[in-house]
Design a binder for this molecule. Structure first.
Ligand code: HEC
Ligand code: HEC
Length: 328
């Protein structure tokens, strides 16, 4: 039975062009592999096509804004401004998050409103505050253009269309792996000297009972990907998770962000309202403003000047020492 299924799957892959060569993710030994949907295997051709499309400004109405225009490579695929500017020159509604380890997210967007990376691709292309285009028109315009014509055939055995565009970009995003920070070497590879003494003290505070950061920023991605209200406001203009659930108890709850590469991804929070890591640490130490949905873990605590410095030093040690992009 198993053999029969495997055989089937392989034929199918060959048909799609997927048999042409699978893409082997370069993962640290300790890190779990991300889930990949059965109908969109990681192949060299699909990630190469996805990368090309990710940097393609012709996916926008004006031909001027690519995905990378709001998710900068050297900013761990986040933006430098609080609210990204779309093709019409208008700011969007939320801060552009890092795409590092996005393959591990159970749902996309700060409110978890989109279930898969494939579907997510449609949102920025069609959003009038972002790329303000149509994926159908974009596919029509690029179909006969190289390298799209040949890569699309190689990757999916068909001409470029919305099916191909969404799948290829999703696969490129799945290759953006963060697991090579000094903190990773310290914690997972037993390199006790990879962190300074101050950074180790910062990690102990971060994971200890007083600051309690790992209560939400736990696990290898430094996020449990749950939705929490951290008392940033006493009245939220952005409903957060409640936009999806329509449940008032979810108002002001946002997905716990990864803290990987946090030194590169300023400004912070769903609306980019906090400019520096100092601002964020001071916010958490204050316990936040009162709000009926505020998480019970948000209680005030006091840090000495040295402890505050240690915590900040730790956060600054979460930056990858190599490029997140491993696609040649
Ligand atoms: C105009 C700026 C802009 C452009 C262009 C843009 N994005 Fe984004 N991206 C954002 C913002 C802002 C968010 C957060 C939206 C939210 O949470 O509601 C986001 C969120 C995401 C997420 C979800 C991340 C998470 O943590 O849940 C993914 C994946 C993503 N973008 C991929 C892309 C891809 C692929 C493209 C190109 C097709 C693209 N983006 C184009 C601004 C942009
Ligand atoms: C109750 C859960 C919870 C706890 C505890 C918590 N955080 Fe967070 N943290 C969040 C959520 C949720 C956000 C995003 C809020 C938003 O988008 O508006 C966040 C955002 C952040 C950000 C900004 C990330 C970004 O990309 O914008 C940093 C930095 C951060 N937290 C650090 C810490 C530190 C340090 C601690 C411990 C002192 C801590 N957090 C404790 C839930 C928590």
């Amino acid at each position: 039975m198993v053999i029969a299924l495997t055989g089937c799957r392989k034929d199918e892959l060959m048909q799609q062009g997927g048999g042409a060569g699978s893409f082997v993710l370069d993962l640290p030994a300790w890190m779990p592999a991300p889930p990949v949907p059965a109908d969109n295997p990681l192949t060299k051709a699909s990630v190469a096509l996805g990368k090309q499309l990710f940097f393609e400004p012709r996916l926008s109405r004006t031909g001027t804004l690519s995905c990378a225009g709001c998710h900068f490579t050297d900013r761990a695929f986040s933006d430098t401004v609080a609210l990204s500017i779309g093709v019409a020159g208008q700011p969007g509604l939320r801060n552009s998050p890092t795409l590092a380890n996005v393959a591990y997210h159970p749902a996309l967007f700060r409110d978890g409103g989109v279930p898969t990376l494939e579907l997510q691709v449609l949102a920025p292309i069609h959003d009038d505050l972002e790329m303000d285009h149509s994926i159908i028109t974009a596919a029509d315009d690029l179909r006969e253009v190289e390298p799209y014509r040949s890569l699309s055939q190689q990757a999916y055995g068909r001409p470029l269309d919305p099916y191909v565009i969404t799948r290829a970009i999703a696969n490129y995003e799945r290759t953006l792996i963060s697991g090579w920070s000094r903190f990773d070497r310290y914690l997972y590879q037993g390199e006790t000297t990879a962190l300074t003494e101050s950074e180790v003290r910062g990690w102990e505070l971060f994971s200890g009972p007083v600051a309690g950061c790992t209560g939400c920023h736990g696990g290898f991605d430094l996020s449990d990907h749950s939705y929490r209200n951290v008392g940033q406001y006493s009245t939220y203009t952005d409903p957060g998770r409640a936009r999806i659930s329509l449940d008032p108890a979810d108002e002001g709850k946002f997905k716990v962000p990864t803290l990987r590469n946090i030194a590169l991804t300023a400004p912070y929070m769903h609306d980019g309202a906090m400019a520096t890591l100092e601002d964020v640490v001071d916010h958490f130490a204050s316990g936040g403003l009162s709000h009926p949905n505020k998480d019970p873990q948000m209680t005030p605590f006091t840090l000495s000047a040295q402890e505050r410095g240690d915590l900040l030093a730790f956060l600054n040690a979460l930056t990858d020492e190599r490029s997140l992009d491993q696609v040649p």
